[in-house]
Ligand binder design. Structure first.
Ligand SMILES: [Mn+2]
Length: 387
């Protein structure tokens, strides 16, 4: 997640990108990978023989960047550091592309609920940070390291949580997978096709093939991992098989979407899984004349209303827009032209969901405001109207 001020410097479409500087990681007083290794080895030594494992975690509904970064950290820790590292996810992975990535690459992810905490000396968090709403952290495993590229959540009070021994959050980088690439590179770690493909998928997803939020580290990581990647698998992951329910949800989303000038707003009531809103947001943003998109829906499993916001390049950053759409409701994060949010629901009743959606709609339309508000139909224009 990148705020407007930092982002504008780092990912200009004019190619004025920040160099990948080794200084970016020198806060540790040594190479970042060396510091990370020392933190892990000290924790491992202090933990005793029962706690041999290292747990790698990410946010709920992991996207390709989160999946790629998890696999990259796992590979680094096991191959270069000789540690027993295990990736565990919280909640199911639903989106077809993300599932295809896990399956096609044969990644072995545990479900957090099946983990025995007493076997782990520590945890590493990737592509998210401890206080994000979509991130679950175990209480009984020490969080040793965080790798991320999102703007940290604003501290609500002085308690920023426990200090993290290895904190590497870089707002100018397009993908967490690129940060992990740098660690693997600096460790001189041997590549394998699976890791290269996983990292590549993450970088291409978060930077839209280097077209957004991308720094020179992202570029280097993208091309280097692509050279080692399995191209047949990349194609499979890009065009995964889809479950039948996908088509009915797509039909519903098309029928509910409304255009208000440059905004496409699609509030779906209840949805089956959180990744669907992100997918629809990407889909609607491709429409000619659409500069920004807000898609939302309530997910029963999570007890939350989930939102995705996208902007096109000319329109600007997603993060400040999401802040205004939420106006203090829920938690949110984002980077560049992507933002996501979650609002806790008191219950899954229709009236609770409707009231959340009414608020979101009126605040989104208020952003359109005087600029072109007067010329808009108050109810918006259905996307699925017959010409
Ligand atoms: Mn990411």
């Amino acid at each position: 997640m990148i705020d407007s001020s930092s982002m504008s410097q780092d990912a200009g479409s004019d190619g004025s990108q920040m160099p990948a500087s080794p200084e970016a990681t020198s806060d540790f007083g040594m190479a970042a990978v060396q510091h990370f290794r020392e933190v892990l080895e000290q924790a491992r030594a202090a933990a005793g023989d029962q706690r041999k494992g290292l747990l790698i975690l990410t946010h709920r509904g992991p996207d390709p960047d989160a999946i790629g970064a998890c696999e990259g950290v796992r590979h680094l820790c096991s191959e270069s550091f000789g540690l027993e590292a295990q990736v565990a996810t919280v909640g199911r992975i639903h989106r077809a592309e993300n599932l295809a990535m896990v399956r096609a690459l044969g990644l072995e992810f545990s479900t957090y609920d099946d983990i025995a905490p007493e076997e782990y000396f520590g945890a590493v968090l990737v592509d998210t940070q401890p206080r994000f709403g979509h991130t679950f952290l175990p209480e009984d495993i020490e969080l040793l390291a965080v790798f991320d590229h999102h703007v940290p959540p604003a501290a609500e009070d002085d308690d920023g949580g426990p200090e993290i021994a290895h904190l590497d959050v870089r707002l100018g980088i397009g993908a967490t997978a690129s940060i992990i690439y740098e660690y693997l590179r600096d460790a001189g770690c041997n590549w394998n096709r699976t890791v290269a493909t996983a990292l590549f998928c993450g970088i291409r997803y978060d930077t839209a093939d280097l077209s957004r939020n991308s720094s020179s580290l992202d570029e280097e990581a993208y091309y280097s991992t692509f050279r080692e990647a399995d191209r047949g698998l990349i194609t499979q992951i890009n065009h995964p098989p889809l479950p039948r329910v996908y088509y009915s949800e797509l039909t519903y989303a098309l029928s509910e979407a409304r255009q208000y000038g440059a905004l496409v707003l699609c509030l779906l009531g209840t949805i089956s899984h959180p990744e669907f809103v992100a997918e629809m947001a990407d889909f609607f943003l491709r429409m000619n004349g659409c500069a920004w998109v807000v898609v939302g829906g309530a997910v029963e499993e999570d007890g939350q209303y989930v939102l995705s916001l996208r902007t096109d390049y000319a329109f600007g950053n997603a993060y400040p827009l999401m802040e205004r759409v939420l106006e203090g409701h829920g938690s949110f994060g984002g980077h560049g032209h992507i933002a996501g949010a979650r609002i806790s629901l008191a219950d899954m009743g229709e009236s609770s969901i409707n009231s959340v959606e009414r608020g979101l709609r009126s605040r989104a339309l208020a952003i359109l405001g005087a600029a072109d508000g007067d010329s808009l139909l108050p109810e918006g224009r259905p996307l699925a109207d017959t010409p």
